[in-house]
Write a protein that binds this ligand. Sequence first.
Ligand code: HH2
Length: 258
Amino acid sequence: MGIVNVTPDSFSDGGQNLQSEVAIAAARRLLDEGAAIVDVGGESTRPGAEAVPLDEELRRVVPVLEGLVGLPVSIDTAKAEVARRALELGAELVNDVTALRGEPELAGVVADGGAYLCLMHMLGTPRTMQDDPRYDDVAGEVTAFLEERLAFAVAAGIPEERICLDPGFGFGKTPAQNLELLRRLDVLSALGRPVLVGVSRKSTLGKLLGDQAATTGTAAASVGAAVAAFERGASIFRVHDVREHVEALTVAAAVAAA
Ligand code: HH2
């Protein structure tokens, strides 16, 4: 899954794709590099980010979605109306970092549109999530949360076969908690739904490489984390650097299958 952030303030690529023609070209490039789908988002969820009003989010993403009709697209939104417009324009998957807790109507939009859905774990909100997050057992608690959200989504009419689960790296987790969650990803994989991971360029990676003030990580560090996630059952990788991940994961998958 290639990332296309149509925002002024995303943590690693903010402002790059604000013009819709630039975002459309970026999305096409990610697909050429081997992405199976591109995830278009108009609201940053980086730590401390403010919510974006509906009008502004639509203004950012609709022209990009119009330029990608016929191509495999996911919409990264927690807003029912943004998802509805995206599905009308051919998006196949709704990637909701609030796991259907943001807007109750979103579940019906996904069900009625016959779309795929990603449910992600987050502790708190982007504004507050990095204020001293605590867990007794991070892998168990994240898995229990996603199991409950999966049941909620199914009860709202979304077929279970259309739902993937994401532990939400960096969303209310310290670097140590992110690493433990990654090491114990098999606990989430055991639920039997496809696991999506978004570790790409996240600050935990930069901190691991020695910069305690890092807000991003490198492409090579991201690939290392993705391979570790693959080995623990992840099958969908939300990434900025598609070519590097496709190459590395092709090799990791060949080793697993040999
Ligand atoms: N991470 C971000 C945004 N959306 N969706 C899922 N399912 N999983 C993630 O880990 C995830 C996500 C944050 O990364 P990015 O889009 O690069 O930055 P920003 O939120 O600042 O736009």
